[in-house]
Ligand binder design. Structure first.
Ligand SMILES: NC(=O)c1ccc[n+]([C@@H]2O[C@H](COP(=O)([O-])OP(=O)(O)OC[C@H]3O[C@@H](n4cnc5c(N)ncnc54)[C@H](OP(=O)(O)O)[C@@H]3O)[C@@H](O)[C@H]2O)c1
Length: 288
């Protein structure tokens, strides 16, 4: 198949390109920058998906894997959750329609729902609704929890914080997460793309183990071969006030990220195990 992957140069994109090329697909990656050291044999279409000519890239494609997403807005550069999650998805859907491409695997996120507490999840929800409203699009939507494997930005951030003499934890640190392996997710995407049984499904992906934020800090310290620093639990009102200043000054955490760190990110959904029978365990992963 000829597959176009948006967000191909990112953390998830790297693994998805690898699984798609190994499966024998011709892959075109969309990103603003061409990364070094990525799987060879990928054609790159470089540009900003907010305004580049997607029709040109989608012509002749059989399917699209749509990965573009952000975790932090930069409003002064027009990089907002709405522009990236909703606006670009709208452009992708229109260009797919124009180019006669109907098959889509779309990357959403666990916690996506109507009226979610974060703008990240609300705009992911809006993107999902746009996809479902397009009669010609045959989509599979995947909603992973935190992703581990390789060098994941989120766990690197925990690793850096865990080097401090005292680890600052927002609130009681008891929020649960269910980390899922990047390779498992990429494998699922590559298989689902060619399996009609996955069309119309919204799959929630969580790994076989659940961890609180406190336990994730401990696990990351252990994986890095360091002793556990004591944690300092910061009142949510205080962290919220600091995060609120992000509108005027760069802060270590945004209100949106705080909202996501304080609501459970777990799922009972195991339907995806029909493609990935034995999901990898976070506890067996070696953080570099
Ligand atoms: N990582 C996780 O734990 C996690 C968990 C749940 C869901 N997700 C979702 O998975 C998807 C991929 O996440 P990721 O961790 O791989 O993110 P990432 O490493 O930040 O990658 C984002 C990708 O989007 C591209 N991109 C961003 N803005 C663009 C624009 N305006 N035009 C064209 N390309 C643009 C980036 O390429 P350039 O910078 O080169 O343009 C990059 O390829 C996102 O939708 C995210 O919400 C991730």
């Amino acid at each position: 198949m000829n597959v176009v992957v948006t967000g191909a140069s990112g953390y998830v994109g790297e693994a998805v390109l690898s699984y798609l090329t190994k499966a024998g697909h011709q892959v075109t990656g969309i990103a603003r920058h061409q990364p070094k050291g990525f799987p060879p044999g990928v054609r790159w279409a470089l540009g900003d998906a907010r305004d580049m000519d997607l029709n040109e890239v989608f012509g002749g494609a059989d399917a699209v894997v749509h990965l573009i997403g952000i975790i932090k807005e930069i409003p002064q550069r027009g990089i907002t959750f709405h522009a990236l999650h909703v606006g670009i998805t709208e452009r992708v859907l229109l260009s797919m329609q124009t180019s006669g491409v109907s098959r889509l695997v779309h990357m959403s996120a666990l916690g996506t729902r109507n009226g979610a507490s974060s703008q990240y999840h609300r705009t992911k929800w809006q993107a999902e609704q746009l996809i479902k409203a397009h009669p010609s699009i045959r989509a599979t939507i995947v909603r992973p929890s935190l992703i581990f494997g390789g060098t994941p930005p989120f766990f690197q951030m925990l690793q850096n914080l865990s080097k401090l003499p005292r680890i600052p934890v927002p609130g009681d640190g008891m929020t649960q997460f269910q980390p899922v392996a990047r390779d498992d997710m990429a494998s699922l995407i590559a298989q689902a793309l060619t399996d009609e049984a996955s069309v119309g499904l919204t799959l929630e992906l969580g790994g076989p183990e659940r961890f609180t934020l406190n336990q994730l800090f401990d696990a990351v310290a252990e994986k890095s071969g360091r002793h556990r620093s004591p944690k300092i639990h910061l009142p949510l009102a205080l962290v919220g006030a600091v995060a609120g200043l992000n509108a005027v000054l760069p802060m270590p955490i945004t209100p949106d990220q705080l909202a996501m760190l304080t609501e459970p990110n777990v799922t009972e959904d195991t339907r995806w195990h029909q493609w990935v029978a034995r999901p990898r365990r976070f506890s067996s992963w070696n953080l570099k």
